[in-house]
Design a protein around this ligand. Structure first.
Ligand code: JFZ
Length: 402
């Protein structure tokens, strides 16, 4: 079991993942050929020569990006507590001012500004925690970086670690304020000793910086589940689910399979009730904006999250999964059970969660509700909350039981 021993992580519940890089320019298509996989993998999947891929940097000019708006929206409108940007994805391109490699946003693009720095300043202004994603093993740009499903023989992986990976991580930890976590990813081919080198480096600079479950060899600080995976039962310890709103991470102009707001709300609550954090991704366009449809969904989810924040943030996992009541999700903290009503109903019936109740009310308005309890035997029983007429046709509200 992994324990971060960090309250912020246990309380955070909902964060924003941002996959953004040169792949956002291609947006799922290269020379008329569409990729049938996730968009940020296009270089690897369509075998784009490194020299050609590098040239994309000359087109990267996201003038529509405004870090301040972005972070403000994530915090105030979407209700998210932390942000994780791809500082370097598998493509090897740094979204910050790196002295280690010129293949970075400041040196190689007409934009010329340090995106991570802009994000850091906005995160500090709005009091949002910032972390970054860093692909520690795969680097398709570096001659010694790992490449998936390609011939890696003859590469000097340690050289890549020593000359690019570690120096870049050092830069990132020294120049961008407090980093809440590093999202290392897909530790292909990395040994226990090499993983330890990375961990030692990170902790020597920022001892409180957490490391994702994909740091390698089960040596991260918390567990990272498979993408979009919702466990049936609570997991022990601290964990996080990386997830998409559509089916890709990096922007793909052909992927319009946006999950519905109700689906995202229900996923978030299932994850929260089982003790995890939901790291939900947006893939900005090459212009630096988030697709309108995606914003609409996140805005709607955000309304629920901000109206019912007490029932989400700082809650602790429940052990009542026998109660998979259709249309209801439960979250809780000491002496409070939050009943999230996600489809219309006339009453809430809960079996075997105890029978002592001090009150029942609509969380967002404080409106008191009629309830009754039934005692079968000691410690057993039923709670019934009758919903008033006007609430019976409604969904997406939360009832607090004290
Ligand atoms: C990785 C990346 O390759 C991908 O581009 C994206 O960044 C995503 C968040 O992470 O892909 C993975 C890695 C591990 C699993 C799934 C996708 N997994 O263990 O299920």
């Amino acid at each position: 079991m992994k324990d971060t021993k960090q309250k912020w992580f246990k309380d955070a519940k909902y964060g924003l993942f941002i996959h953004w890089g040169l792949y956002s320019i291609l947006a799922g298509e290269y020379k008329g050929i569409k990729t049938d996989r996730i968009a940020e993998w296009i270089e690897n999947d369509l075998n784009i020569p490194v020299e050609e891929y590098r040239k994309l940097a000359e087109q990267f000019n996201p003038t529509g990006f405004n870090a301040d708006d972005f972070v403000k929206r994530a915090k105030e409108q979407w209700g998210m507590k932390y942000i994780v940007l791809t500082a370097k994805h598998h493509e090897g391109f740094a979204m910050y001012d790196s002295k280690v490699s010129d293949f970075n946003v400041v040196k190689a693009t007409p934009y010329g500004k340090d995106i991570l720095k802009e994000l850091q300043l906005a995160c500090e202004k709005y009091d949002v925690k910032m972390g970054f994603y860093y692909s520690q093993a795969q680097d398709w740009d570096d001659p010694n970086g790992y490449m998936h499903r390609k011939d890696n023989s003859g590469k000097d992986f340690q050289k890549y670690l020593d000359e690019k990976c570690k120096p870049q991580i050092k830069e990132l930890l020294e120049n961008y304020g407090d980093i809440c976590l590093i999202w290392f990813d897909t530790p292909m081919g990395i040994t226990v000793a090499q993983t330890q080198e990375l961990i030692d480096l990170v902790k020597s600079i920022q001892p409180n910086c957490l490391l994702s479950g994909r740091t390698g060899n089960h040596m991260g600080d918390y567990m990272t589940t498979g993408d979009n995976f919702i466990p049936r039962l609570p997991y022990e310890g601290d964990w996080e689910i990386p997830a998409t709103v559509n089916d890709t991470w990096g922007f793909n102009k052909f992927d319009t399979n946006w999950k519905k707001q109700d689906d995202i709300i229900s996923r978030l609550l299932k994850i929260v009730s089982r003790g995890g954090n939901y790291l939900l991704n947006v893939g900005p366009t090459a212009e630096g904006t988030v697709p309108e449809k995606c914003v609409e969904v996140l805005d709607e989810v955000g309304k629920y999250v901000t109206e019912n924040s007490e029932a989400i943030f700082g809650t602790r996992p429940l052990g009542v999964y026998a109660y998979e009541i259709p249309g209801i999700e439960l979250t809780g903290r000491a002496h409070k059970l939050y009943v999230h009503v996600l489809s219309p109903r006339t009453r809430i019936e809960l079996l075997n969660i105890g029978n002592e109740l001090k009150g029942a009310y609509v969380l967002s308005t404080g409106e008191q509700l009629e309830y009754s309890t039934l005692k079968c035997c000691e410690g057993d029983g039923m709670i019934e909350v009758e919903l008033p007429e006007k609430l019976r046709s409604q969904k997406n509200f939360c009832v607090c039981l004290e």
